[in-house]
Every structure is written in structure tokens, then in C-alpha cells.
Design a binder for this molecule. Structure first.
Ligand SMILES: C=C(O[C@@H]1C=C(C(=O)O)C=C[C@H]1O)C(=O)O
Length: 430
């Protein structure tokens, strides 16, 4: 498969590379995760549907405050120049890009990738898209050769975890500082995160945690883009044929091992004024940002409780009809950072995060997802994730954070981060 060197912001020639793209329907059903090669792939999947992407036809790397608009401009040029033969013509067929964006404007490290091969599956239909950079022609792989390339999955042998930027105790102190600043009237809500380091005795075979996450967290979107992988329960924005939806989460309670007790916990979460307040900030930030791009937004009056195997969240599904020609990536840019991962007011929360967390979030809590040439796409928030070190594939950083409001109890917030780290820790260990 051919691949071109990655282009950086400001480096790409004014004439975008001309891609030759071909999508064909597959006559038999596929198991996406069975097609993943050992040496990494792009993944976006939920309940067996979605995509896997192999190789890299072109990639755009961006950073800084203009990372989204630069990626949007690059994508528009790419779409305008591409020669596409699409025999399926549905959202996610033809030219598709996969992206992962840094949470913060600095230092930042964001990418949009077009794989050489994309296999997609949706509503019982499967398709294969191949991409080449002219003058090369797309190599149409046989799926059985892809499956053969998928060598047996290697299970991690030995994993050890260590504190990241701060110890648990130090982080509790930081949360206590944030509560004081909230009570002093500086801001209403801030989302504080911490990182954990993982070291394996050999380079990680990403297929191992990806398979675990997809199996164990079917309500979440399992993703992997350039070494950032996880299973997120939060959909920042989905755009399909003009209809926009968003799943906002904020307000969390840990699950017990007892289903009856969990029901009582879910009821207490739905009544908790602290969690409802935290949730309201997040819903409002998304609804206000979408309002500028939509007509007839529907925001349910009260949240429902989303049950995941490790935690339960207050959740609100917002829907609207887009009134301008924004693509899903432009909407994601408009919504980021929502108060679910940043706080209220946004600029104050952003600077408090930079001051208190003492770490670079990287692409954690940034948008991760895909878009097609028509602008359709899905952008989740990169949560419940780990980032593989680009220089050493046996080292990873894991992340988790919590919304802090006036009534937050620092020790409970630490316990909440531990519960949120369970999916990714288990996926590396079991
Ligand atoms: C920040 C994270 O999660 C976010 C914060 C939540 C909360 O504070 O209750 C809940 C879901 C997410 O919006 C994370 O998982 O790292």
C-alpha cells in the first residue's frame, strides 16, 4: 500500500493531493474487529458497526488554536480534488477521514487521517473503500488476505501502573483548591483530570484492548486513531443528512456488584442536586453552541441514567436540524470544549485546568471520530482512553477526570477517577 508523508499545518501545497477513491459493496457480512492487522489500524466501532481503516493514504497534522479550521480547510480541498466512485452512496462511504484533536490549543497534536483501505459496516450492509494518491491506483485487497494478515492477537504479559503528573493525594489537594476557587466565586464548574502511566514488558498489540473494550462496553464507541484508543460513552456530535444529535454526560456514580443496590444508586444520582447542577452546565454549553447552527433543537427537560459496567452517568440526548452547511467536524469544533470536559465559564475553566492539572492532556478529552465528503460524521469525546507513547509502544498514559462544583468532595472525586480508569486498565490486564 502506498503512503505519503504526513503534511503539517501551513505545509500542504495549495493544490491538495488528488485521491482516487472507490467504494464497493461487499456481498458477505464482515466482523470488523477480525480484520485488524497486528501493526495498528484506525478504529471507530459500536455494536459491530462502524469502520476499521488500514494504512495511511494521506494525513494532516495540526496544532494550536486554529487546528480545527486548518483541518476543515484541508478536508474541503481534499474533497474538492478527489475522484470518487462510490457504488454504495451512504453516510460513511466514499472518502472518509478519521481524526483526533488535542484538548488544548497548546501544545496540541491533532491529526486527520485517510486510510488506504476502509471496511465499513452498517445496518447489515458492508462495504470496502480503497484510496490511492494519484498517479497511483487503488489496490483492491481481497478481504480474505486482510483476515490472513490478522496474526493471532498477543495478550499483554505484564503490566505495571504508576502515578502520572501527580499522586492521588496531590490530585485530591488540587481538587480541594478548585472547590475553594469555585466557592470564592471565580467560576461555577471545572473538570479536572489526572493521568496514570502504564508500562508493559513488550510493545502493546492494540487489538487486545480494542477487542476487550468493544465486547465489554457495547454502549460506548470504541476508537483508535494514531495511538489514542479507548471506549467513550459520550457523543459530542453526530451529523447525518442534516440531523444533528449529541449525548451529553455529566454526573457520575460508581456501580456496586449488586444490581438491586445499583437501582437505588441510579435513583439517588437522578435526585442528586450536585450532579444535576454539574449536568445542567454541560447540557447548556452544548445546547447553546448547537443553537447557532440549528433550527428546532430538542433538549429533554431531565436527564436519564446511563448504565455502564463500571459507572452510571446522568445523560441527555439533544437533537436538532442543522440550518447551515456546517460539517460534523465544524460542529465538533464549535462544541469543543463542552462543560462536560472543561467547565463554566469556559475561558476561566480552561485557564484553571492549565494552572492546576500540571500535565498536558494531549488528545484526551478532545474530539475523536470521522467525517465523510458530504460532512456527515460522528465525533465522540476521547474519554476512558490511553495514549501509546510515540517513541515507545510499551508505554502508555491513561486519563480520567471529573466535574468539580461547589459541593464536590475531593476524596470522592479521586474514587470517581479510579472507577473511570477501570475499563482501560482492565482492557490492558485481562
Ligand atoms: C472527564 C471525564 O468524564 C466526563 C465527566 C463526567 C462527570 O464528571 O461526571 C461524566 C462524564 C464525562 O462527561 C472522564 O471520563 O475522564
Amino acid at each position: 500500500m502506498t503512503s505519503t508523508p504526513a503534511l503539517r499545518q501551513g505545509e500542504y501545497p495549495s493544490a491538495a493531493p488528488r485521491l482516487v477513491v472507490r467504494t464497493v459493496e461487499l456481498q458477505h457480512d464482515v466482523q470488523l474487529m477480525d480484520l485488524l492487522p497486528r501493526d495498528g489500524a484506525t478504529v471507530w466501532t459500536r455494536r459491530g458497526e462502524g469502520f476499521i481503516g488500514i494504512g495511511e493514504a494521506v494525513r494532516f497534522d495540526a496544532s494550536g488554536p486554529t487546528r480545527f479550521e486548518d483541518a476543515v480547510a484541508w478536508w474541503e480541498d481534499l474533497v474538492a480534488a478527489a475522484a470518487v466512485r462510490d457504488e454504495v452512496s451512504a453516510p460513511g462511504t466514499g472518502l472518509v477521514g478519521f481524526g483526533s484533536f488535542a484538548f488544548a490549543s497548546t501544545p496540541g497534536d491533532s491529526s486527520l487521517v485517510v486510510p488506504n483501505v476502509v471496511v465499513g459496516r452498517r445496518s447489515g450492509k458492508s462495504w470496502l473503500t480503497t484510496v490511492a494518491v494519484e498517479p497511483a491506483l487503488p489496490l483492491v485487497p481481497r478481504l480474505d488476505t486482510l483476515a490472513e494478515a490478522a496474526a493471532p492477537v498477543e495478550r499483554p504479559n505484564d503490566v505495571s501502573f504508576a502515578d502520572g503528573a501527580l499522586t492521588g493525594t496531590e490530585w485530591v489537594g488540587v481538587v480541594a483548591d478548585a472547590v475553594k476557587r469555585i466557592n470564592a466565586g471565580e467560576l461555577d464548574k471545572v473538570v479536572l483530570a489526572r493521568d496514570l502511566l502504564a508500562e508493559l514488558d513488550a510493545p502493546l498489540d492494540l487489538r487486545w484492548p480494542l477487542n476487550r473494550l468493544a465486547e465489554q462496553y457495547p454502549a460506548c464507541w470504541t476508537y483508535s486513531v494514531r495511538g489514542l484508543f479507548g471506549a467513550t460513552p459520550e457523543m459530542l456530535v453526530r451529523l447525518e443528512d442534516g440531523l444533528v444529535t449529541s449525548r451529553v454526560l455529566a454526573g457520575t456514580i460508581r456501580r456496586s456488584d449488586d444490581d438491586a443496590h445499583d437501582l437505588a444508586l441510579a435513583a439517588s444520582l437522578a435526585r442528586s442536586s450536585k450532579d444535576l447542577e454539574e449536568h445542567e452546565y454541560a447540557v447548556r454549553s452544548v445546547a447553546e453552541a448547537l443553537d447557532a447552527h440549528c433550527t428546532s433543537i430538542n433538549v429533554p427537560e431531565s436527564p436519564f441514567v446511563l448504565h455502564l459496567p463500571n459507572v452510571m452517568h446522568l445523560a441527555t440526548d439533544i437533537a436538532g436540524v442543522v440550518s447551515d452547511d456546517s460539517s460534523s467536524l465544524q460542529l465538533a469544533a464549535a462544541l469543543h470544549p463542552s462543560a462536560a470536559v472543561c467547565g463554566t465559564p469556559t475561558p476561566v475553566a480552561l485557564s484553571l485546568i492549565a494552572e492546576l492539572e500540571q500535565m498536558d492532556r494531549g488528545r484526551y478529552a478532545g474530539p475523536v471520530g470521522w467525517l465523510d465528503a458530504a460532512g456527515n460524521g460522528e465525533w465522540g469525546i476521547a474519554l476512558r482512553c490511553a495514549e501509546v507513547s510515540p517513541s515507545d509502544p510499551s508505554r502508555l498514559r491513561l486519563f480520567a477526570g471529573c466535574g468539580i462544583v461547589a459541593d464536590s468532595v475531593p476524596d470522592s472525586e479521586l474514587a470517581e477517577t479510579q472507577a473511570k480508569l477501570v475499563p482501560i486498565r482492565d482492557a490492558l490486564e485481562t
